[in-house]
Design a protein around this ligand. Structure first.
Ligand code: NAG
Ligand code: NAG
Ligand code: NAG
Length: 449
C-alpha cells in the first residue's frame, strides 16, 4: 500500500473518532460489506445500523442511484413515511429497467393466520426498512447482477436507466386502504402508481422506448400482478403527453413494456402435510390491506366470486398481456421451506437432514419441478414469452447468478440467465429453457446448494 493511501486512512480514522464514532464504525475500506459493527452496502437496506459515514464514503460512486421521495401524500409506507424510489440515469435513456424489491409480506408468525396476527406483523415491519422509508439512504449503489452498470457484470442492462422501487408496503404494491388500519398505512398501490407518474414527470423515463419490469421474490410477484396495469398506465400517459406536445396523429411515440419476474411464481400449495399455510397467509395479507381489487384485472373478471385465486399466478398466467419471461428455480427454496415447510432435503443440502427414502417429504420435493412446469405452461407457451428454470435450489437468481457459469440451463450449455434474457429481449427464437433433469443432476449448480 502506498503512503498516500495509508495517510488517507489515518486521517479518516481520526475524523471518525473526532466525530464521536469508533474508527471501526467507519465505511472506509469496507464499501460493499460489513465494517466492524455496521453495514456499508445496499444503502443499509436490511439494517438500521448503517455506518455514519456510509454516504460520504461509499455513496458517491458514479453508479449510485438517487433517492427520490414521492410528493403524492397518499403514497406512504406502512408507518406513514413517504414512498420513494431510486433513479440512476443510464447511458441509453431510451431503455429503462424497473426493479421491484422483494422481502416477503406481512405474515402472521403463527401458522394459522388471523387478521390480528397479520396486522401485528405489519406493525413490526413498519419499524424496519421494509415498512418505512425513514432510514433509506439518499444514495444507493446497485453493483450486482442484473442491476449493475458495468458491462462485465451486466452485459444486458448495463446501459439502461434503473428505476429501483424499494419495498415498504408489505403487500407487493397492492394495498389500497384510504385511511389507516390500526394506525398502519396500506398504500402499496398508491406507491406503485405515484412512482411511475413521478418518474415520467421528473426523469427521462417519459422518453423511454423500452421498459423492462423486473423484481425478485415478493417483487417478482408484484411484476406478475401489476405488469399489465403498469403497461396501461405508461401507454396512456404517453398518449396524453403526445397530445400535449401536439404529436398525436403524427407518429406519436410508443413504449414497449416487458416483464421479467425473478422467483415470483409462487404456487398455491399446502404444506407437505396438507395444511393450507402459505396461501392462507397471502389471503390474510390481502384482506387486511384491501388488496384484492388491485390484482390482475383479467383474473378478477375470470374469478369474480373467488378473487383470492388471483394472488397466485397459476390461475391467470395466460391472461397476462405483457410479454413475459420467467426466471425461477424449479426447486425454489422459499417454496421448499416456507410453502411446503419441509423438515428435510432429498439429498445433501446445507442445513437440512436428508429425507427418508420413499417418504412423502421426498416425493413432494421432487413433485415441485413438474408442478411449476404445468402451472406456468399457458404463459410460457405463448408466443413472445419465455422461461429460464433451473433444477437447483435457490430463491431469486438475477443477482448472484446472473452470469454465473455454474448456473446454466441445461448444464454447460452456455445458457446463463443473462444470455437467455438477452436472446429473449432480442425477440428472435423462443426461449424455453426448463432444465430437463431432476435435482441434483445439474451438477455445476447443485454442488453449490
Ligand atoms: C447499450 O449496450 C448495448 C450492448 O449491450 C450496445 O449495443 C448499445 O449500443 C449501447 N447503447 C448505448 C447508447 O450506449
Ligand atoms: C383503490 O381504492 C379506491 C377507494 O379508496 C378506489 O376508488 C379504487 O378503485 C381502488 N383501486 C383499485 C385498483 O382497486
Ligand atoms: C404449445 O403451443 C403449441 C402451439 O403453439 C402446441 O402445439 C404445443 O402442444 C404447446 N405445448 C404445450 C406443452 O402445451
Amino acid at each position: 500500500m502506498g503512503a498516500a493511501g495509508m495517510s488517507l486512512r489515518v486521517v479518516s480514522a481520526l475524523l471518525a473518532t473526532a466525530a464521536g464514532h469508533a474508527a471501526d464504525d467507519s465505511c472506509v475500506g469496507h464499501c460493499g460489506s460489513w465494517a466492524q459493527d455496521c453495514w456499508c452496502n445496499d444503502g443499509c437496506e436490511a439494517h438500521h445500523d448503517c455506518c455514519h459515514d456510509y454516504e460520504a464514503v461509499c455513496g458517491g460512486s458514479s453508479s449510485a442511484a438517487d433517492l427520490i421521495k414521492l410528493d403524492d401524500s397518499t403514497a406512504r409506507c406502512l408507518d406513514g413515511s413517504a414512498g420513494a424510489y431510486y433513479w440512476r440515469e443510464g447511458k441509453d435513456p431510451s431503455l429503462v429497467l424497473v426493479f421491484m424489491e422483494g422481502g416477503g409480506w406481512c405474515y402472521d408468525p403463527a401458522n394459522y393466520p388471523t387478521q390480528e396476527g397479520t396486522i401485528s406483523d405489519c406493525r413490526s415491519r413498519s419499524q424496519t426498512s421494509l415498512g418505512s422509508s425513514r432510514s433509506w439512504a439518499s444514495k444507493r449503489s446497485f453493483d450486482e447482477g442484473m442491476l449493475a452498470s458495468d458491462v462485465s457484470t451486466n452485459p444486458v442492462f448495463h446501459n439502461y436507466s434503473l428505476l429501483y422501487m424499494p419495498y415498504c408496503d408489505g403487500t407487493s404494491f397492492a394495498g389500497n386502504v384510504s385511511g389507516t388500519v390500526s394506525g398502519l398505512f396500506f398504500r402499496g398501490l398508491q406507491i406503485l402508481e405515484a412512482t411511475f407518474v413521478h418518474a415520467m414527470q421528473h426523469t427521462s423515463f417519459a422518453r423511454a422506448s423500452r421498459v423492462v419490469l423486473s423484481g425478485g421474490s415478493a417483487g417478482g410477484t408484484a411484476v406478475l400482478w401489476h405488469a399489465d396495469r403498469i403497461a396501461r398506465l405508461l401507454t396512456t400517459r404517453r398518449q396524453l403527453g403526445d397530445v400535449e406536445r401536439g404529436k398525436r396523429g403524427r407518429g406519436g411515440s410508443s413504449v414497449e413494456v416487458l416483464a421479467l419476474p425473478d422467483a415470483g411464481f409462487f404456487l398455491d400449495l399446502p404444506t407437505w402435510q396438507g395444511v393450507d399455510v402459505w396461501p392462507a397467509q397471502m389471503r390474510s395479507m390481502a384482506s387486511v390491506s384491501n388488496s384484492y381489487s388491485s390484482l390482475h384485472a383479467g383474473c378478477l373478471a375470470k374469478y369474480a366470486a373467488e378473487p383470492e385465486r388471483c394472488l397466485f399466478p397459476q390461475y391467470y398466467a395466460e391472461l397476462i398481456e405483457t410479454r413475459t419471461m420467467l426466471v425461477q428455480s424449479l426447486y425454489d427454496s422459499s417454496e421448499l421451506w416456507y410453502t411446503l415447510m419441509l423438515d428435510c432435503c432429498a439429498g445433501p443440502c446445507s442445513g437440512y437432514p436428508t429425507c427418508k427414502s420413499g417418504g412423502t417429504e421426498r416425493s413432494q420435493m421432487f413433485a415441485l419441478r413438474q408442478q411449476h412446469i404445468d402451472a406456468w405452461r399457458p404463459l410460457v407457451n405463448r408466443s413472445g414469452n419465455g422461461v429460464w428454470a433451473i433444477a437447483c435450489i435457490e430463491h431469486t437468481l438475477t443477482s448472484a447468478h446472473w452470469t454465473d457459469p455454474l448456473w446454466e440451463t441445461p448444464a454447460r450449455s452456455g445458457n446463463t440467465i443473462a444470455a437467455a434474457v438477452r436472446r429473449w429481449l432480442d425477440g428472435g427464437a423462443e426461449v424455453r429453457l426448463e432444465d430437463s433433469v431432476e435435482w441434483p443432476a445439474n451438477q455445476p449448480c447443485s454442488s453449490a446448494d
